[in-house]
Design a binder for this molecule. Sequence first.
Ligand code: C2E
Ligand code: MG
Ligand code: MG
Length: 382
Amino acid sequence: GPSEGDDLLKSVAIRLRNCMRASDTLARQGGDEFTVLLPDLAQADNAIVIAEKILNEFRVPFHVSGQDFSVSVSIGISVFPRDGESADALLKHADIAMFRVKNNGKNGFKFFDPEMNACHHERIIRENELRCAVRNSEFELHYQPLVCVTGNRIVGLEALIRWRHPVRGLVFPCSFIDMAEEIGLIHEITYWVLAEACGQLARWRAMGLDNLRISINVSPQEFNRNDLVERIASNVSKFGLPEDVLEIEITENPLLQDVSGVIDKMHRLRECGIRISIDDFGTHYSSLNYLRRFPINTIKIDQSFVRDLVEGQNCSPIIPAIICIARGFGLNLVAEGVETDYQMKTLRDLGCDEMQGYLFSMPLPADDVEQLLCDAFPILQD
Ligand code: C2E
Ligand code: MG
Ligand code: MG
């Protein structure tokens, strides 16, 4: 809340002041950014002493309105005249160094380095390119089959976004989804994916391929938006799809913040018939309590666990444990990243029969996956 925020800022200012001498200047620039001016440094490296003092001061949580708050600190340092001769240049360069610390996991300090300027410049170019890509819809979806190995058929497709960059060619989501989240573009991307995937599924259903469900990945950030449920449901109905053909995949982390808000949205999605899947299960907190409280349909075993299934080596107990949990909760189970026959057979024998992975198919453009669906897909040889 705003009053707790103000109290916290005041406490932060007091702790910062405790790290400084009378001749130094402390200012709040706005938001959660403070500037420290150290005019009497004998040498630049002496700033390290102050930076470490500040980091140390912030190790102890702040006590505000009866609660403890842990606060991370990211410190960027610029030195006159090496890093700039004007206040503007010094502030700008300290800012760039600070962002570098933030991006590297926070709680640290960095001196400005001219090479950072080049990276910063590069980042601004990338951000602008991504904005342009959203405006011009430079994206495409590839679809990876989800296979039921006991029924020997494709039961669904996961839609995975790619960016068809005019110069760099096909760019994978790991290179731009985080940035899209940071600069507030993810919302538009999610709804582009949703409309594209639903439209494509409707076309396939019209061709008689009507035994498929489709999964889309939804960024945790979407759960902060109030119109999430309406936007998803209206897309499904716009394309005349039955609601239960759409599954949204979310990773576990959003489940930890504003739990009751997330549960409420999930229930409303389920009331609309939309299925919910927990992606990369086992890589975050995997709280069993959440599994009990969240109305989910499916858990997807993360590919890192599947990769550990190697012929001739002992099977890690993680996969059997996850399978057991899914069964206990009556959940559907999918294993991701299945690449070898051995992995497929081990998973199948353990009782997980829905899988995804290069063993069956890479994610493919719509036309190629359509071919695969129409050719009745020879999934297993034996
Ligand atoms: P994910 O949802 O867990 O998707 C699975 C990733 O594993 C995909 O990578 C897929 O190409 C890859 N994969 C599939 N089978 C195999 C295999 O057998 N071996 C290996 N090594 N990898 C396999 P991709 O397409 O690069 O996507 C990466 C992540 O980006 C996705 O992970 C998902 O979290 C995110 N993502 C993809 N599309 C979207 C989207 O439309 N919106 C959002 N918010 N995130 C997306
Ligand atoms: Mg996924
Ligand atoms: Mg995954």
